[in-house]
Design a protein around this ligand. Structure first.
Ligand SMILES: Cc1cc2nc3c(=O)[nH]c(=O)nc-3n(C[C@H](O)[C@H](O)[C@H](O)COP(=O)(O)OP(=O)(O)OC[C@H]3O[C@@H](n4cnc5c(N)ncnc54)[C@H](O)[C@@H]3O)c2cc1C
Length: 490
């Protein structure tokens, strides 16, 4: 176990390299502190564009630059890879692990921005057949599954098989991510791929968007929801509302409708875009501080984003339950900046800030090229104007100039032309994760259990020592007995 040495300056540990983690760390650039950012990935992920990676528009590098590079010019930061497995509020220590090797990080102030993962509402076994959309792994796996389904359909159709289940795509969850995915798959089928295959007509693909709720995009209100539904239908997406998924397997899913009837859709490609569950670190913090947790695992924090009873610990972004704040990037960014300002202010002896107040800069969701919805204050926008706004805002927030330039180029190719520059997929992207999941400790099992390598090396060394000792004894015996050089008889 590696332990960091005690430092002179105020130590801030930031958990997570997402919107909260990155913006919080950046906001501390001029503070007289040493920051350690620890995150379980080496990149800062721009989640709003994951669906474009999954559907071949952007590469993963464009939306996930290395955090180390992004922060390279900020001298007071050290970036560490590791999954935080423990936070000891009493000892003020964070423990992280990577491939079975632990690191402990003492802190004076802590910002926890570990975000949220996918929720399958207690049916975690659905995940194997219906990947979510939370990480680069998810997006690349989905890319492989989506383009792979068209490939398998081509082969099947050439043999004369029924390929309807391969040309059926079901997206579960009609929030922004579900709407974006359904719209993009419809565009792929009806526009991008229409000339690429010989045995199948991709335009016959069935794209279904399901939700148990009675409307699409509930946070956008009834009017924008209805407009979105109509636009999706024009694109060829079948929108099924009041439809609850009750089971998922390799070849399809079972649905129970509001009127009680059930139906099965045969499909190999299912995408889960319903439900979020806050990072389990919320539970760790709640157990030690007594802070409440809501059903989605979000932790109740004080109005200044600190943990009850622990003014040195701030929790921000998707992990918190405060004043019904939505799980959006701006909540994480603004919260993290607020926490950083408070830490710096305390060190300078400034009075505490007023409670955290979220400034809603608006929400947007894209449906397909030239179609989007946007809400800015009281303004409700649809169509091309909303789509252009969406492009501009996302461009501003993509990290790094280089990534902005290449993203614009790829958008030109995909939205004005028909192409998708990032269709490449590999077998490993589709199957390796399931294979890893079957190992008890995931990748750690592949690189041996912690300490097992050293133990094995010690054993080898011991047996080698024994061999050398025996050899030396034999040499000495041969010399002392005068047997050396004497030809032994019989
Ligand atoms: C597909 C998708 C589309 C979205 N679209 C939009 C949109 O259009 N507009 C919008 O405003 N919001 C959107 N969101 C929501 C937005 O991305 C989140 O609200 C935002 O990312 C929250 O920021 P965060 O810092 O709390 O968490 P995240 O950005 O998720 O960051 C969490 C970080 O913590 C790390 N981490 C997690 N657990 C651990 C651990 N145990 N140890 C170490 N590190 C850990 C992760 O690796 C990551 O670096 C979207 C989300 C998704 C999934």
């Amino acid at each position: 176990m590696q332990t960091e040495t005690t430092q002179q300056r105020h130590r801030v540990v930031v958990v997570g390299s997402g919107f909260g983690g990155l913006f919080g760390t950046k906001a501390l650039r001029r503070a007289d502190v040493d920051v350690t950012m620890v995150a379980k990935t080496t990149h800062h992920l721009f989640q709003p564009l994951l669906y474009q990676v999954a559907t071949g528009i952007l590469s993963q590098g464009e939306i996930a630059p290395p955090t180390r590079e992004v922060l390279s010019s900020q001298d007071n930061v050290q970036v560490l890879l590791g999954e935080v497995t423990g936070i000891d509020l009493e000892r003020q220590v964070v423990t992280s692990t990577v491939l079975g090797r632990d690191t402990t990080l003492p802190y004076d102030s802590l910002i926890v921005a570990a975000g949220a993962g996918q929720s399958y509402f207690g049916n975690d076994h659905f995940a194997e057949y219906a990947p979510g959309m939370k990480s680069i792994d998810d997006a690349l796996e989905l890319r492989g599954r989506i383009f792979g389904a068209f490939e398998m359909a081509e082969l099947g159709a050439k043999r004369g098989d029924n390929v309807d289940h391969l040309l059926t795509f079901v997206v579960v969850g009609a929030g922004p991510t579900g709407v974006e995915m359904a719209g993009q798959i419809a565009e792929l089928a009806h526009r991008t791929l229409k000339r690429d295959f010989r045995a199948i007509n991709t335009r016959t693909a069935r794209v279904v968007l399901l939700d148990a709720a009675p409307q699409v995009l509930p946070p956008f209100g009834a009017k924008l929801g209805a407009w979105t539904s109509r636009e999706l239908e024009k694109l060829g997406v079948e929108v099924q509302l009041g439809a609850m998924v009750t089971d998922v397997d390799e070849r399809g899913l079972e649905i129970k409708y509001k009127d009680g009837h059930t139906e099965r859709i045969n499909t190999v490609t299912k995408i889960w875009a319903a439900g979020v569950q806050a990072s389990p670190l919320g539970k760790t913090l709640a157990e030690q501080s007594g802070a409440p947790l809501d059903r989605a695992g979000r932790i109740g924090v004080n109005p200044d984003l600190t943990l009850p009873g622990h003014p040195e610990v701030f929790v921000v972004g998707d992990m918190i339950a405060l004043d019904n704040l939505p799980g959006v990037a701006q909540v994480a960014i603004q919260g993290a900046k607020y926490a950083a300002k408070e830490i710096e202010g305390r060190l300078k002896g400034k009075p505490a800030q007023a409670p955290f107040k979220y400034h809603d800069k608006g929400s947007m969701a894209i449906i397909s090229r030239f179609r989007a919805v946007a809400m800015v204050g009281k303004l409700r926008l649809t169509g091309v104007i909303a789509w252009l706004m969406w492009l501009a805002v996302h461009l501003v927030y993509i990290t790094g100039f280089k990534n902005r330039v290449t993203a614009v180029l790829h958008w030109f190719i995909s939205f004005l032309g028909r192409g998708r520059s990032e269709r490449t997929t590999t077998e490993q992207q589709i199957f390796a994760r399931s294979a890893l999941a079957r190992l008890k400790h995931g990748a750690t099992d592949l690189v041996s259990a912690p300490g097992a390598y050293d133990a094995a090396r010690e054993l080898v060394e011991e047996s080698r020592r024994h061999e050398l000792e025996m050899q030396a004894l034999e040499e000495a015996r041969l010399t002392d007995s005068g047997a050396r050089g004497v030809k032994q008889s019989g």
